[in-house]
Ligand binder design. Structure first.
Ligand SMILES: [Zn+2]
Length: 365
């Protein structure tokens, strides 16, 4: 289909920037077959990094089930006007900017087969600054949570929003559709201890996992490469918590490939990173620069590593990092970036409430 062909064209340059290790994502369990050419592929010469490689393994149980979506939720990324206070506008994400034909700022829109970038409203008709709990519940349930409460709710969902998640969050709905869904994030053992002691509360994504009855990924999964930590590189994991955590640091590209691999064995993979929100509230220049570099390398390696049938969707709950002149969230729209064969299915989504319904509709058998 046309979308696949365009994705191949768009992605061809990625191999140059990330190297040949991308072929690792084509390893699946099961029957031996040859690596796939790029979608629609003979015309542009095939994936440069798989030409001449030996056969890889293919899981025959997935034959006939071609579609998967990896949903990357980045907390606190808006589309703001270019300028000095917007770190996205001055070359902060070079690889992504190259894919999009320019930086991730307001006014940038792409609508090509296999590649979509459009702004989404995150304010949802409610005055004030959009916040995490209501924004994330809107994102993961399709319901205007802020409208329901009459205000934007920060941090953790309250009882009405927890009930909404328990009733209709994306992971639960996917399970009811017999889809294999997973949350890619790894949890520390002390996270659950702290919740039990009442020191912290569950965020929207964790409540989604609980509502769906899915298992949590652990640090053991992380060490085996079968999970991704919210900070992507384990830097925050190693330094942020009062308990020592002995997990090696990894490059963003490694995390991108690990997430891509989960997309190969699930229908829906959700991943959350709140790095951008963290540094939007605490905008030290080196932390902001490093955050954009990590996100750029992570996302581009993910896009290069996913299989032809996988669509990657990236979006946010509210703006923050795109305006370093303030330490608060913003009322800017958030980006909806969709790369892959299902990109067209998201062309008419115009608010964060439209994301989950469009994902579930795209995944409908
Ligand atoms: Zn925040």
């Amino acid at each position: 289909m046309a979308g696949r062909s365009q994705k191949g064209l768009n992605m061809a340059w990625l191999s140059e920037s990330i190297g040949h290790d991308s072929r690792a994502v084509n390893s699946r369990n099961g029957v031996i077959c040859w690596p796939a050419l790029p979608p629609g592929g003979h015309g542009n010469g095939g994936w440069p990094w798989v030409q001449g490689l030996p056969p890889v393994l293919y899981n025959s149980s997935r034959e006939g089930e071609v579609l998967s979506i990896i949903f990357v939720f980045l907390d606190g990324v808006g589309l703001g006007p270019p300028g000095e206070g917007n770190p996205f506008s001055d070359g902060g994400m070079p690889a992504l900017s190259r894919l999009l034909g320019g930086p991730l700022v307001s006014g940038r829109e792409v609508d090509e087969p296999g590649l979509l970038l459009r702004p989404l409203d995150a304010c949802l008709g409610v005055p004030g600054l959009p916040q995490s709990a209501s924004g994330q519940v809107a994102l993961f349930t399709g319901v205007n949570a802020a409208g329901l409460l009459g205000r934007h709710l920060p941090a953790y969902p309250n009882r009405p929003l927890i009930e909404l998640i328990e009733e209709r969050c994306i992971l639960k709905s996917a399970g009811e559709m017999q889809l294999r869904a997973t949350f890619a994030n790894a949890y520390t053992p002390f996270y659950f201890e702290w919740v039990a002691k009442g020191l912290i509360r569950h965020s929207a994504t964790t409540l989604c996992v609980l509502a769906a009855g899915l298992p949590f990924r652990s640090l053991d999964d992380l060490e085996r490469g079968e999970a991704v930590f919210w900070d992507i590189t384990h830097q925050q994991l190693a330094t942020r918590y009062r308990r020592p955590v002995n997990v090696p640091l990894i490059e963003p590209e490694v995390a991108g490939k690990r997430l891509a691999r989960l997309g190969g064995i699930h229908d829906l993979v959700l991943f959350e990173s709140f790095l951008p929100d963290l540094f939007g509230h605490r905008p030290d220049p080196s932390g902001v620069g490093r955050t954009l570099e990590i996100l750029d390398r992570f996302l581009i390696s993910l896009l290069a590593a996913v299989e032809d049938e996988t669509t990657v969707l990236v979006t946010s709950d509210h703006g923050n990092l795109e305006d370093l002149t303030v330490r608060t969230h913003t009322r800017n729209p958030v980006p909806l970036l969709v790369v892959g064969p299902e990109a067209e299915a998201f062309r008419h989504v115009d608010a964060i409430t439209g994301v989950t319904p469009a994902i579930l509709s795209a995944l409908e058998p």
